[in-house]
Design a protein. Sequence first.
Length: 70
Amino acid sequence: QAKEAKSLRKDILSIVKNLDEINRTNAELLRRSIDYIDFMLNAIFVNDNPTYSNRCTCQSATPRLFDGRA
């Protein structure tokens, strides 16, 4: 039983580690999606109404996949 418990513990830790990585990946994908949506909305609003071109659109120094700089 101790051997089975040790094996089960190892399996559970492996699952937790995999879930942690999946959560980090999903969080990054969500951030990229939000950045992309913001980028597209800003492009639409700037073309439709010049007022929106004065809006502050803060961007990180690191180019992202969907922000048009990568």
